[in-house]
Design a protein around this ligand. Structure first.
Ligand code: ZN
Length: 77
């Protein structure tokens, strides 16, 4: 893929997925689905979830994570 194609893809992805959504896209589907369920359960503290995700390569902040968990991000718009 050329740099221009990659840039176009990045722009498209950036418009439809927030940082959390893009991170989830890099995980195996089972893990991504499990994290989705964890978010919707609202059972675990956001900071604890974030620490687990950081270990798996997530590099976003708590705010973006809360926005994604509460479906207040570009992923659902
Ligand atoms: Zn999102």
């Amino acid at each position: 893929m050329g740099i221009r194609d990659e840039l176009e893809a990045e722009l498209t992805v950036g418009l439809t997925r927030c940082k959390v959504g893009r991170f989830l896209d890099t995980l195996p589907p089972d893990d991504a689905a499990e994290i989705g369920r964890i978010f919707s359960e609202g059972k675990y503290p956001g900071e604890a979830i974030r620490r687990v995700l950081l270990k798996r390569g997530f590099d976003g902040g708590i705010t973006v994570m809360h926005r994604h968990a509460s479906k207040d991000c570009c992923c659902v718009n």
